[in-house]
Design a protein around this ligand. Structure first.
Ligand SMILES: *[C@@H]1O[C@H](CO)[C@@H](O)[C@H](O)[C@H]1NC(C)=O
Ligand SMILES: *[C@@H]1O[C@H](CO)[C@@H](O)[C@H](O)[C@H]1NC(C)=O
Ligand SMILES: *[C@@H]1O[C@H](CO)[C@@H](O)[C@H](O)[C@H]1NC(C)=O
Ligand SMILES: *[C@@H]1O[C@H](CO)[C@@H](O)[C@H](O)[C@H]1NC(C)=O
Ligand SMILES: *[C@@H]1O[C@H](CO)[C@@H](O)[C@H](O)[C@H]1NC(C)=O
Ligand SMILES: *[C@@H]1O[C@H](CO)[C@@H](O)[C@H](O)[C@H]1NC(C)=O
Ligand SMILES: *[C@@H]1O[C@H](CO)[C@@H](O)[C@H](O)[C@H]1NC(C)=O
Length: 360
């Protein structure tokens, strides 16, 4: 009897430990599907990108008031089937990765496409006023053979978009013309200098190799002056946007842009990043299951750490000064990059709202 009681007490203690989150960390949503990213519009509409399924391609959905989800902008965009010749890779999502509301209020989706499939790699803009795709930029003309576009940030002051290319490069896009240039190609600041870490060890069981991912996270400072970027294993750099933008018209500069990079902070293996109105950067840490804060002058510290923050990816800052944290549950391992759940989205209080040139 006494030993039974003892066992019961331990069980109760371990359950309460497992459910207690780090101070300030709040569970906002528990969803059916693994959620990589969240964007919240000025009017409060919530959009999710959902990835890491063994059976389903990545999808975009709107999270409705009754907590159900609806394919966004519609089912057609989310119904690409590589085996079906009537599927159109130029007008359907082939492999969504980055997804976010931009400073112009559109919901922008970065489709990495499929290697060898023309017009599948693209940046797609959905007009939230009528839930219709009204801008598409294809990157075929300036991508590399191994290009995998994966996220986007904007400089609304100059009408330029920056797309990360995990092959180890940056694509600079003139949003007026759709012209672009691929820069920092294989630059030491853009390639992975080390494999990624996950939950205290090197990423396990990724094929026969470790997982090394080049330039992935990008942010623009709230004053538009700097572009920050890093390979996925960390190592944060910045370059003046004036120089980055000038690569669109100056081939000499395009070939030597890396010479202008300044080191900012030694960030960790990262799932996703964001920036606030004061220019503080946030990086999810896939190794320590945490979120780092890096100030504009490069002071780096851990903001919150919790075992629940499994591969936090595309974060979002709201005007009530909360950082929204989708724990994508990406769990590298023998079965590939899969999610086991629980598919939770958390929030955490911060000291600033969204950057005016980042979020709508
Ligand atoms: C939806 O989920 C949120 C967060 O968990 C909760 O506050 C709200 O009551 C839910 N709404 C409905 C209609 O179930
Ligand atoms: C994809 O297309 C092929 C060929 O038309 C078809 O056999 C298959 O059922 C489709 N898959 C899905 C998930 O619709
Ligand atoms: C893709 O485009 C290239 C260049 O226009 C062309 O040579 C190639 O045949 C196209 N491939 C397919 C599968 O349509
Ligand atoms: C949606 O709104 C945009 C911008 O006003 C417009 O260009 C487009 O034609 C509209 N699409 C539909 C289907 O109404
Ligand atoms: C983008 O193209 C437009 C139209 O040619 C041009 O006026 C503008 O200067 C270009 N932007 C950049 C950053 O090169
Ligand atoms: C992380 O590793 C620890 C052992 O170090 C293990 O107990 C835990 O389940 C792992 N968490 C995840 C999310 O894989
Ligand atoms: C192009 O960039 C190079 C290298 O930074 C610079 O020396 C040159 O002045 C630039 N050319 C123009 C026309 O701005």
């Amino acid at each position: 009897m006494s030993s039974l009681l003892h066992t019961g007490a331990i069980l109760a203690a371990s359950i309460s430990t497992a459910s207690a989150l780090a101070a300030g960390l709040t569970l906002e949503y528990s969803l059916e599907k693994a959620t990589q990213g969240i964007s919240i519009s000025a009017s409060g509409r919530k959009f999710l990108s959902q990835r890491y399924s063994t059976t389903l391609p990545p999808i975009a959905v709107e999270l409705l008031a009754d907590n159900t989800t609806a394919l966004y902008p519609n089912a057609a965009w989310n119904s690409y089937n590589a085996s079906d010749p009537s599927s159109d890779p130029s007008r359907q999502f082939v492999s969504i990765d980055g997804a976010r509301i931009g400073p112009d209020g559109r919901y922008w989706l970065v489709d990495g496409g499929s290697s060898g499939v023309n017009m599948s790699a693209k940046l797609v803009g959905v007009n939230l006023a009528n839930d219709t795709v009204d801008k598409i930029y294809y990157v075929d003309a300036f991508k590399g053979d191994d290009t995998n576009i994966d996220d986007v940030r904007f400089n609304p002051n100059t009408g330029v978009a920056y797309l990360s290319d995990t092959a180890g490069a940056l694509i600079v896009l003139n949003m007026t013309t759709g012209d672009g240039v691929r820069v920092l190609v294989d630059d030491p600041t853009a390639v992975a200098y080390f494999p990624m870490m996950y939950n205290h060890t090197l990423v396990p069981g990724y094929g026969s190799d470790t997982l090394a991912v080049g330039l992935d996270q990008i942010e623009v400072s709230p004053d538009g002056q700097y572009l920050y970027y890093q390979p996925c294993n960390g190592g944060l750099w910045k370059i003046e946007t004036a120089l980055v933008d000038a690569t669109l018209t100056n081939a000499t500069l395009a070939a030597t842009l890396g010479d202008h990079a300044t080191a900012v902070a030694l960030t960790p293996s990262t799932g996703g990043s964001t920036i606030d109105a004061d220019g503080n950067l946030y990086f999810s840490d896939t190794n320590l299951l945490a979120v780092w804060k890096v100030t504009p002058d490069g002071y780096a510290s851990i903001l919150v750490q919790d075992d629940a923050l499994v591969w936090t990816d595309l974060m979002w800052v709201t005007s009530d000064k909360k950082l929204w944290l989708p724990a994508s549950q990406m769990r590298p391992g023998g079965d590939g990059l899969m999610a086991d759940g629980p598919n939770n989205i958390y929030s955490y209080p911060i000291d600033a709202g969204p950057s005016p040139i980042d979020h709508a």
